[in-house]
Design a protein around this ligand. Sequence first.
Ligand code: NAD
Ligand code: UGA
Length: 458
Amino acid sequence: MKFEKHIICIGAGYVGGPTMAMIAYKCPRYKVTVVDTNHERIARWNSDELPIYEPGLDEIIAATRGKNLFFSTDIERGIKEAKIIFVSVNTPTKTFGTGSGMAPDLQFWEKTARQIRDNAESDKIIVEKSTFPVRTAFAMERILSATKTGVHFDIVSNPEFLAEGTAIADLETPDRVLVGSHETPGGLRARDEMVEIFLNWVPREKILTTNIWSSELSKLVANAFLAQRISSINSFTELCEKTEADITEVARAVGLDHRIGGTYLNAGIGFGGSCFKKDILSLVYLCRHYGLDEVADYWEGVVKINEYQKERFVLGILNAMFDTLAGKRICLFGFAFKANTGDTRESPAIYITKRLCEERAELVITDPRALQNAEKDLEDIKGTVIYKNDPYDAAVSCDAVAVLTEWSLYRELDYKKIYRVMNKPAFIFDGRNILNHEKLFAIGFNVYPVGKPPMKHF
Ligand code: NAD
Ligand code: UGA
C-alpha cells in the first residue's frame, strides 16, 4: 500500500507509544513507525504484553499494529523514510553537574538531534513532543544545521497534554492541540502539515497555533498550574485537621465558583508522576537563569508543599500509632502514582514506604498494576517489604492500612472482612480520601483521612 505520509516518533515511552497509536488509528492512510534504542521495550510493543498499562490502548494497538503502525529499533532507517519526525524522548531531571536536581537532562534529545542530522537524506519536519525548556528549538536548530548537507529542517513544537490512566480519551478528544512554529514560510508550511494531521479527528477550533516559544513555555506553565492547584488544596489540609473543617467540603464550596472550577482539588498525599516535579523544577531553574528569583521562589513553593505533604502523612501515621512503628505491620493499598496506571515514577508511595521503613515498620504492598515497578523502586530496601496481589491477603496481621493510590477497587472491598484479620487496635489512613469513613469507624477502625478530623475509638 502507498501511504500518504510517513511519520516516525523517536522514543517509545508513555507518550510516544499512545500518541502514535492514536495517529495511526485515526489516519489509516499514514504510515507511523515508533523507534527506540531500548530493544526490550520495542519487543514488548510488538508482543501481547505491552510495556505500559493504559486503559483502551490494547484495542487501538490491535487495530493498527502491523497495518500502518510499526515498532522498531532501526532508527536510522526510520529517519531516512519519514518526512515528519516526532521526538518523544525522556527529559528527566539532571542528576549530575551544573543544575543537578533542578535542570532537565537534555542529553537524550541532543543525541537524537545529531542522529537525525547525520541520517537525513531529504527535508524533514522535526516535532518537539517531549517537554522541553523554552528556547530548546533554538539549540536544536543550531545542531541540525551544523553540517552542510543541503537538507533543510523545520522545527515545530507540539507538546503533549495527556495524563496517564486517561491517555486514550485525552488523545481522542483533547481540550486543545497546540502547534507552535516560526512565522517563516517554512515554519508556516510545517505548522500547516501538523494541523492537517490532527484535523483527521480534532475539530479545527481546538487546534491552537502559536509562535514556537509560546508553545514550548505553555506546556511548562500548564503543568505548573495543575500542580499548583494540588499544592494549594493540600496546603489547607493541616488547617482543616486543626480546626475541624473538612477539606472535601471546602474544595467543593470553593470549586463551585466557575472562575475556580472543581477539578484538580482532591487533597491527598501529594502529587507524583514523572512530570509535575521535574517540569516545575525546570521552570524554576530557567527563572533563576534569567535572574527572576521572586518568580522562581513562588513556583518552588509548589514543590516544597508537596514534599511537606508526604512527610506530614508519615508523621501522622507515627503520631496516631502511639509514636512508634517499630515492628508494626503496615499494609499499603496502592503504589502507582495515580489510579489506572502501573507507572510509579515519583510516586509518593516510594517516599512514604522508605520513611516507614526507617521507622522500622514492616511493610506489605499491594497494587493491581504496579507491583513489578514497586519492586524495582524499592531495590535498595529489598527483603524488608512483602508484595501481595490480593488486598485481603495483604492486610492479614497488619496494624494499619494506608491507602496511597485512589484505585476504585479499594472503595469496594469488604472492610469487615479486612478488620477481622487485622491486629487491634486497627488503623486506616486514607491518603486519598476515597473510603467511607463513617462506615469504617462503625466497623471498629480508627480512621485518619487527609484534611478532616480523625475518627478514633480512644
Ligand atoms: P519514557 O521514559 O517513558 O520514554 C522515553 C523513551 O525514549 C524511552 O523508551 C527511551 O529509551 C527513549 N530514548 C531516549 N533516548 C533515545 C534516543 N537517543 N533514541 C531513541 N530512543 C531514545 O518517557 P515519557 O513518559 O514517554 O515522556 C517523554 C517526554 O514526554 C518527556 O519529556 C515528558 O516530560 C513528556 N510528557 C510525558 C507525559 C506522561 O504522561 N508520561 C505527558 C506529557 C508529556
Ligand atoms: C499530568 C498532567 O495532568 C498532564 O496534562 C500532563 O500532560 C502530564 O502531567 C505530563 O506532562 O506528564 P499525569 O502526571 O499523568 O498528567 O497525571 P495527573 O492526573 O495530572 O496526576 C498527577 C498527580 O497528581 C497524581 O499523583 C495524582 O494522584 C495527583 N492529583 C491529581 C492529586 O493529588 N489531586 C488531584 O486533584 C489531581
